[in-house]
Structure formats: C-alpha cells, structure tokens
Design a protein around this ligand. Structure first.
Ligand code: CA
Length: 223
C-alpha cells in the first residue's frame, strides 16, 4: 500500500516510516496539516495516518475537508491520551480507526493490516490457482513452497491479486508502490513485473502485458 503519514513529531514519524516500510509499504511523510490536505487532494494513497495535533491546520480539519470532497480514503487517527473529545469528533468526521499515543508499533501494524483488508476479502490469504499470498506474514507460496520475492515484488503481486482478471495500469502500479522523490519510471515497473513473472511461472501464474496500458493477472483455469 501507499501510505501518507501526517505527523509533526519527527522521531515518531521516522519510527512509523521505518516500521511501515519494513512491512512492505511505500510511505510518504508530511509534518503539517496544510501539507497533508494538499497531498491527499492530489495523490492516490491507500491509507492516511493522521495525527490530530498538527500545525497549520488541525488533523480534524484535514479529515473534515477530505470527507467533504467525498473521499473514502481510509484514515487512522493518532490522538493524545487525554484526547477523548478529539477521538470522538474524529470518528464522527469519518475516521476509520484510532490509536492513542503512546502506542506500540506492532499494534499500529495490526490496525493498518485490518484497514487494508476492509472492503476486500476477509481472509488474510489471497489465493490464485496454486499461488497463495499471506498478507500478514508477507509470504507468497506456490503449492506450499515459498517463493522468494522482494518487498516491491510482493507489493506489486498484491495489487495484481486484488484485481485479478482486470487490467492494472503501469501508472497505477507506480502510484501505489513508490514514494515521492523516488525515481521509478514505468520502465522500472516493467523490470519488476518481468522478475515477478519468472518467479511465478512454475505455478502457472500468468501476468499478461496489455501493450501500452498495463498488466492483467489472468484468472486461474478451473479444472
Ligand atoms: Ca502532534
């Protein structure tokens, strides 16, 4: 997933970024509410982690404006221990979940996984013919045998699996697996897909190129 973290405490923001990257996500950071507001208005994120106490526009105002634009972007708010009123207001304004500071990173990661699963299948395991992908353990396997994939290959595979049988554009892949300032071209995506294809071919997994547009993970044949 591509995640925007809006947090003005630099050390907490760094910790969040490190931990979420480790879990295979692309993470962008902003430190003010105004930056968060313009970032979510002009980029495709899959999740916003939003501190409510931000300078230059409160987190609540960022959230209010986001929902006023009819955005359904999942939002996890971070609140202070004594911020019961903020928490309630945040949930009323359309936050999907909250965490009270200080929290342990393992809990944040679990909440992020739960939000990522929302609106998709309830299972943490995505199956596709002989291939299965455990989104919690971040392990892909073919007939029970683990396939060694890089974090980025796993991120691409997850997107393709969630949209199996449908075309996914290269731009969409770039937007959802890359961070700001990362020089990842659509050509680089071709390279990742090429590697992924090689690693998965023994399982009969077919990633079809739709010339000039993108890719489609072919639905498995049912025998
Ligand atoms: Ca703060």
């Amino acid at each position: 997933m591509r995640i925007l973290v809006a947090e003005d405490d630099a050390s907490l923001a760094d910790g969040l970024r490190h931990s979420l990257r480790h879990a295979g996500h692309a993470v962008d950071l902003v430190m003010t509410g105004a930056e968060a507001d313009s970032a979510v208005a002009s980029n495709e994120f899959d999740l916003l982690i939003l501190d409510l106490g931000l300078p230059k526009m409160s987190g609540l105002e960022v959230l209010r404006r986001l929902r006023a634009r009819q955005s359904r972007l999942p939002v996890l708010i971070l609140t202070a221990k004594d911020g019961v009123d903020d928490r309630v207001r945040g949930l009323d304004l359309g936050a999907d979940d909250y965490l009270v500071k200080p929290f342990v990173l393992a809990e944040l990661e679990a909440r992020v996984r739960a939000l990522a699963r929302r609106g998709q299948s309830d299972s943490a395991v995505l199956s596709h013919g002989s291939l299965s992908y455990d989104t919690v353990g971040m392990v892909a396997s073919i007939e029970g045998e683990v396939v060694e994939l890089s974090a980025r290959e796993l991120a691409l595979l997850k997107i393709l699996l969630e949209r199996a049988g449908r075309m996914v554009s290269k731009e969409h892949l770039v937007d959802h697996v890359c961070e700001w300032g990362e020089e990842v071209s659509t050509n680089a995506i071709e390279v990742y897909i090429h590697r992924l294809r090689k690693k998965l071919e023994r399982g009969g997994v077919k990633i079809v190129t739709i010339r000039g547009l993108g890719y489609c993970l072919e639905r498995p044949r049912v025998n």
